[in-house]
Ligand binder design. Structure first.
Ligand code: SAM
Length: 265
């Protein structure tokens, strides 16, 4: 049988469709989410409802956002889900999560087995809504989870690590082999929990500046910051903050990136 066909649906590569079919993994993810009655649960990319159905058994209502029109109509017609889900047929990358939180009258608990091709931009989109999100559970490529949790002085530490750790506490949950999906992806996967800080450990005045500094520093990660950040700071300015200008991007902590951000004029 064609390995791209699952439950009569042809998996679309452009939507990053790899469907979970491993019950042990599905149960473990649902156990990690711990959905509770009355919460504003939101699933991104429900697909063929591998996570949606078990979550819906524990609560009266959940909202799902699915870009694929065929899958969205299957969800509307799914007999196990009727009266339980609101299906929003839309690109999650453009979705206004503030409006949904306003409608539901509470902060959101977001989860999903994310399409790998858009997982990083989607997380950046969601970080903008951090104040109205309680937590997020995502299946991602294992490499992306390693980058999310990476500490300074490691090869996985990069712009994603700094930005994600600025907004959230990050907890790896479980690793998932390719055989748990149909079709099987070429890479290993992992589930991670992100909890936006209610009070961030370090605050920046302008998040766009943090974004720009991390982009410039990590785009030239082999250079020392006196060179890679030369357009933004003089060597004296960096030294005055107690930061050695001869360090490289990967040697700076999140706190030091925040110090630089707040010193930028
Ligand atoms: N949750 C299902 C599962 O675990 O088997 C499907 C996961 S599959 C990796 C990703 C899902 O996200 C697909 O259903 C795909 O159509 C959907 N998707 C892809 N891009 C999307 C986007 N931009 N917005 C919303 N859903 C998207």
């Amino acid at each position: 049988m064609n390995n791209r066909v699952h439950q009569g649906h042809f998996a679309r590569k452009r939507f990053g469709q790899n469907f979970l079919h491993d019950n042990y993994i599905i149960e473990s993810i649902v156990a990690a989410i711990q959905p509770k009655q009355g919460e504003a649960l939101v699933e991104i990319g429900p697909g063929l409802a591998a996570l949606t159905v078990p979550v819906s058994k524990l609560v009266d209502h959940l909202t799902v956002i699915e870009i694929d029109r065929d899958l969205a109509s299957r969800l509307v017609e799914n007999p196990f889900l009727q009266n339980k889900i609101s299906v929003i047929e839309q690109d999650a990358l453009n979705f206004d999560f503030n409006q949904l939180s306003d409608t539901l009258g509470q902060p959101l608990r977001v989860f999903g087995n994310l399409p790998y091709n858009i997982s990083t931009p989607l997380m950046f989109h969601l970080f903008e809504y951090a104040p109205i999100i309680t937590d997020m559970h995502f299946m991602l490529q294992k490499e992306v989870v390693k980058r999310l949790v990476a500490a300074p002085n490691s090869k996985d530490y990069g712009r994603l690590s700094v930005m994600a750790q600025y907004y959230c506490q990050i907890i790896p949950v479980l690793e998932v082999p390719p055989t748990s999906f149909k079709p099987a992806p070429k890479v290993d996967s992992a589930v991670v929990k992100l909890i936006p800080y209610k009070q961030k450990p370090y605050l920046v005045n302008d998040i766009k500046v943090l974004s720009r500094i991390t982009t410039e520093a990590f785009n030239q990660r082999r250079k020392t910051i006196r060179n890679s950040l030369g357009n933004l700071f003089t060597v004296e300015q960096i030294s005055e903050l107690g930061i050695d200008p001869n360090l490289r991007a990967e040697n700076l902590t999140v706190e030091q990136y925040c110090l630089l951000t707040n010193a930028w004029k």
